[in-house]
Ligand binder design. Structure first.
Ligand code: EPZ
Length: 431
């Protein structure tokens, strides 16, 4: 495992270019296999999740040409087969292969999905939707099996707004007989990216950007090209960092995707300027306390909750963060308290009193976004902070060490010290 060591600083400056969105590309790659031909995906971020999905494509005998930020994928020689747990558990988004393989072959055998550990992460909405489309769902200890001699369009009313279920059912419905309507669909921009990719392939999907999607099944899907949209969570992460240490110009992004974050920061008194694809955030003092609730898009994203909690520790007064998506997304609070934050958690409401000085220490990335939060905390803390299990951070932030170093943050990444290494064991090794 890797560890990141980051030293607190007083200021940053310069600019950061945003990469392609992790939560978009991890759906686009599984969607690619729906094509009966060749597809091209550009602006692909260099993330370990993309490596894991490439492994699954190769395991399915797809031909993949990957160079720099581009994937070219051909399904001419593709074969359907069991996707092992070794491959499927590397990330949550492996489960998108359920929807695309079901649509393409009417049969899927896949190991369990992985993903960040913040409490239970059920996939009942996905499986119920597949059943409504006509699939027989069998869940065994080590795999999920879906069988559907024929998928038939239907109306699916999602009980909860779910990004994953919306995308998975979209994929499954592209070649179903007739029309499928998904009500209470999620509206994240990443879903629009997938819809554009599929419609370029010849799919017939309407309702983009709304909570009602309509898919008219088609027989064939051909070539397609798509650019991965900018990562709105990466953008928000650097906006929050800049509020604390700015000024920072964030380029290659889309301010529309981060409207909820802009609104919140402006409410706090932060000075933000933006153009079509750039955002400038100025270091901001005397910010006002704030009460934030996380919600599905276009609400404030759960993925930025832990990161804005760090900003709350520096605000004079009492702020609250109400987490409405994942109740288990609180493991990071212990580490933040150990750094000196004044935090109280009751049910799904985190109350933070500030300002408190944060002191560098050793912490552990309990999930991807907690790791990012500790980077922001370490950047403003007194002294040095070591973040263990930093591989988690690299799953969602392309070149984050290089990007932070370039704007003036003192940061290194290295292998975690082998816990078995002790002076005695070293001595023995020498002998
Ligand atoms: C996606 O996860 C993102 N991951 C998450 O980002 C993000 O936090 C989440 O959407 C919410 O925006 C990817 O896109 C790969 P959901 P997903 O289905 O699709 C419940 C990150 O850090 N639910 O929208 O798994 C679920 O428990 C990651 O980048 C069910 O009950 O999330 C949650 O409470 C973390 N049954 C809520 O719905 C289901 O079948 C929303 O989950 C599915 C979900």
């Amino acid at each position: 495992m890797k560890q990141i060591i980051i030293n607190g600083t007083n200021t940053i400056s310069g600019e950061i270019a945003i990469s392609g969105a992790k939560n978009s590309v991890v759906a686009l790659i599984p969607a690619a296999i729906l094509s009966d031909s060749l597809v091209k995906i550009t602006n692909v971020p260099k993330l370990s999740d993309c490596d894991s999905l490439e492994q699954i494509l190769l395991d399915l005998n797809c031909d993949v040409i990957r160079n720099k930020d581009t994937f070219v994928i051909s399904t001419m020689n593709m074969q359907n087969k069991f996707i092992s747990n070794e491959l499927s558990q590397k990330l949550r988004a492996s489960y998108y292969f359920m929807g695309s393989l079901l649509a393409k072959y009417n049969h899927v055998e896949i190991g369990m999905p992985g993903g960040c550990d913040f409490g239970t992460r059920p996939i009942d909405l996905h499986l119920k939707g597949f059943e409504q489309l006509g699939a027989k769902v069998t869940v065994l200890d080590d795999r999920i099996i879906l069988d559907a001699p024929q998928l038939n369009g239907t109306t699916i009313n999602l009980e909860k707004v779910s990004v994953g279920a919306t995308i998975n059912l979209l994929l499954a419905a592209t070649k179903a007989n007739g029309i499928t309507t998904i009500n209470n669909a999620a509206c994240e921009p990443e879903i629009d990216n997938v819809i554009d990719f599929l419609n370029n392939m010849g799919a017939k999907i309407s309702g983009k950007g709304t909570s009602t999607l309509q898919i008219t099944g088609v027989k064939k899907l051909g070539t397609s090209q798509i650019a991965v949209i900018p990562d709105r969570i990466e953008t928000g992460t650097y906006m929050i960092l800049a509020t604390l240490l700015g000024d920072l110009k964030i380029t290659n992004t889309n301010p529309i995707y981060v409207k909820s974050i802009c609104d919140i920061l402006k409410q706090m008194g932060v000075n933000i300027e933006y153009s079509a694809n750039e955002i400038i955030v100025h270091k901001s003092f005397n910010n006002k306390p704030i009460n934030i609730e996380t919600n599905p898009y276009p609400g404030f994203p759960t993925d930025l909750g832990q990161i804005i909690a760090v900003l709350m520790t520096q605000i004079n007064g009492q702020s609250t963060l109400t987490e409405n998506i994942y109740n288990g997304r609180t493991k990071y609070l212990v580490h933040l308290s150990n750094m000196g934050a004044d935090i109280n958690l009751k049910d799904n409401v985190t109350t933070i009193n500030g300002p408190t000085k944060l002191i560098g220490t050793t912490v552990e990335a309990t999930d991807l976004r907690a790791g990012a939060a500790f980077l922001v905390a370490g950047a403003i803390a007194e002294g040095s902070t070591t973040i263990n299990k930093a591989d988690l951070i690299l799953r969602g932030y392309e070149n984050i060490v290089e990007k932070l170093d370039k704007i003036g943050i003192n940061i290194i990444i290295q292998d975690e010290l082998d816990k078995n290494l002790t002076p005695e064991s070293v001595k023995k090794k020498k002998l």
